[in-house]
Design a protein around this ligand. Structure first.
Ligand code: SF4
Length: 170
């Protein structure tokens, strides 16, 4: 699999200062996608163990509160194994830091039984729908997308959302 880029200090994808990784490849082709350069699975750079080690090392700074995983589509069949490996390694090293991830798939329909969900704290799910775009939304582009507390959702066997009011203080 391949990735597009890493941001060492990202303050726009999740709360606080985070390290972000953008995986390469997505087949959803949402209208007005914010990241069209990540669609082609052949572009970008190879994602391997050295890249995982580099990301884990970047997250070691005190001011980094967590890791954000975006795309492209990190949960596509071609990418999910690498995403899982990264998320697992991160949580083993930093159990008190958070992982946020963005996907066009749906948590309840496509992802809740996947191993990677064991390691993710917050999942923003669903395809971006341009006609539902609302700039007031926090951490998501369109109102169909959901900001999900993954660990609570797995425990309670239902989708537990994080509402916009809660997100302001996260
Ligand atoms: S799922 Fe995300 S990366 Fe893929 S086309 Fe939609 S907005 Fe773009």
């Amino acid at each position: 699999m391949r990735y597009s880029k890493i941001r060492k200090m990202d303050i726009s994808n999740g709360p606080g200062v985070r390290v972000s990784v953008f995986m390469q490849g997505c087949t959803f082709n949402c209208k007005n996608c914010f990241n069209p350069e990540t669609h082609d699975f052949n572009e970008g750079k190879e994602f391997n163990d050295d890249v995982i080690d580099k990301i884990i090392e970047l997250c070691n700074k005190d001011y980094v509160v967590g890791l954000s995983i975006l795309g492209g589509e990190p949960m596509h069949a071609k990418n999910i194994d690498g995403t899982t490996k990264l998320a697992k390694a991160f949580k083993e090293k930093y159990p008190d830091k958070t992982i946020w991830a963005w996907t066009g798939f749906l948590f309840d329909k496509d992802l809740k039984d996947k191993e990677v969900m064991k390691y993710i704290d917050v999942l923003v799910d669903g395809r971006y729908k341009d006609e539902l775009h609302d700039f007031r939304l926090k951490w998501r582009g369109s109102s169909n997308q959901r900001v999900i507390d993954v660990q609570k959702s797995l425990k309670q066997n239902k989708i537990v959302l994080i509402e916009d009011e809660e997100l302001i203080g996260v």
